[in-house]
Design a protein. Structure first.
Length: 116
């Protein structure tokens, strides 16, 4: 995944900017076990890959996949709770992504705070 910027947000959780279906095989080769897509479909226009296309590629690469689309400026308490649940059930190492990686990082931190 040398051409993709990965930001470590925990020892076994990383955030990344928008990933493509083609990146799923590279994620699996890099050792990731699961992916969470935090970007709503069509947020970036018609050229953005759909969650369904990314999920198919992730599953073909042997990755667990979850789509938890959230808005950039606000994540609801329900979305934060959903993220916390996914963080407990998905295998690690885990790769979360959105447009830039910032939203996934913020969502992770808020979900982590629920357990404290």
């Amino acid at each position: 995944m040398s051409n993709i910027t990965l930001q470590p947000i925990a020892p076994d959780v990383y955030a990344a900017p928008q990933l493509t279906p083609e990146a799923m095989a590279a994620a699996a080769e890099a050792g990731f076990k699961a992916v969470i897509n935090n970007r709503p479909d069509a947020e970036g226009g018609p050229d953005q890959p759909t969650s369904a296309a990314i999920e198919a590629a992730a599953r073909a690469a042997g990755l667990a996949y979850a789509h938890l689309p959230v808005q950039g400026g606000y994540q609801s308490p329900e979305e934060i709770a959903q993220c916390a649940a996914l963080l407990k059930e998905l295998p690690r190492p885990l790769l979360m992504f959105c447009r830039s990686g910032a939203r996934s990082t913020k969502l992770y931190m808020q979900a982590l705070a629920l357990d404290n």
